[in-house]
Design a protein around this ligand. Sequence first.
Ligand SMILES: Cc1cc2nc3c(=O)[nH]c(=O)nc-3n(C[C@H](O)[C@H](O)[C@H](O)COP(=O)(O)OP(=O)(O)OC[C@H]3O[C@@H](n4cnc5c(N)ncnc54)[C@H](O)[C@@H]3O)c2cc1C
Length: 403
Amino acid sequence: MMHFGLTEEQEAVRKMVRSFVDKEIMPHIQEWDARGHFERSIMTRLADLDLMGVCIPEEYGGSGMDYNTLAIVCEELERGDTAFRTAVSVHTGLNSMTLLQWGNEDQKQRYLKPQAKGEKIGAFGLTEPNAGSDVAAMQTTAVRDGDYYVLNGQKTWISLCDVADHFLVFAYTDKSKKHKGISCFIVERTFEGFSSKAIKGKLGIRAGNTGEIFFDNVRVPAANLVGEEGEGFKIAMSALDNGRFTVAAGACGLIQACLEESLKYCHERSTFGKEIGKHQLVQQMIAKMVDGLETSRLLVYRAGWLKNEGKRNTRETSLAKWHACDAAFNAACDAVQIHGAYGYSNEYPVERFMRNAKAPVIYEGTREIHTIMQAEYALGYRQDKQLRRMLPAWPFTEETVEV
Ligand SMILES: Cc1cc2nc3c(=O)[nH]c(=O)nc-3n(C[C@H](O)[C@H](O)[C@H](O)COP(=O)(O)OP(=O)(O)OC[C@H]3O[C@@H](n4cnc5c(N)ncnc54)[C@H](O)[C@@H]3O)c2cc1C
């Protein structure tokens, strides 16, 4: 049996987030974007609405909803602005879901629970100045010293760098083992030797907070090692399966926003004696947006369904992310085109959509990395195996979520 509809609960969540975005983000976003201001209180409001741990089981402080409900939340948030969807992507997708999958009971109690309730914010530190797509080129090290690991190095382009309380940080515990020598740690902002600095002058996501984090002899308790030593690369890749899912879902929201603004303008603006929506070449751009939105949603919800089933979904999530982010960028460029010169000014939101739409084509696997992945799957060069620890299937039961 195939279902293409949303459940009543999913519809209710969509309605709630849409109304929240319309009331609390839309009226201010142009100003926040122009000022390069991240409005921290939005995270608190999302916590009030139980949206900071959408698909985290209730016993760990979350709402216990299914993975596609998280997609719907991301979609609706990005309809408002990419900055807030990015915040949920790193907090829930990259950090909390990773703790749910790989963390031990102690780590879930100390870190996952407060994050899922929205009392603490989580982020994800993988990228370094010389290591983006090529993760194994990272230079950050973690050296064991009694009951601690001592971290030295730096990460860059880290979303919520100045905002997050906890970071999942990846570092080499044994460089000679290459990617099998990378380990994953929970680092608190308050640990001595930790510092952060925002990047200024970004093309888009200006209402977001992105920047560098530094580790200067940061002593991290050994109890904060996630998984086992040497499992960091696997953990990072499985975290990306969840992060990418939220990015793909968000891209659907950006296409939706492009479509809404473009449809409005098509009816308002006339040239050559008719509204521009009557010109076939403008219709072509609208039709491409509809196509991008609907096909992206199908790919996203299929990836979410696989997560609900507790199955590996790296290939399907990568395809959804690649397709949806490209479609969103194209939709945003066309939305500006439809608005003509007015689209080129911040009098209309479409220029912000276009600037925002570029980052998701770069982060969480560039367009080129996803292209390569898809080709390698097709050619049989890449296969996914069951991981030592899988994300729990939904509905959550004691058996599926137990450590
Ligand atoms: C707004 C924003 C927020 C971000 N947030 C985070 C975050 O929270 N945490 C985090 O860890 N990182 C984050 N990132 C970093 C992001 O994940 C990296 O930028 C991304 O992985 C690409 O790495 P890079 O920028 O070093 O590009 P590179 O890897 O240097 O790539 C440069 C170019 O070469 C291409 N290329 C590279 N390798 C190949 C290949 N084998 N074949 C073909 N082409 C190739 C790429 O596709 C790209 O076009 C963020 C980035 C941005 C822009």
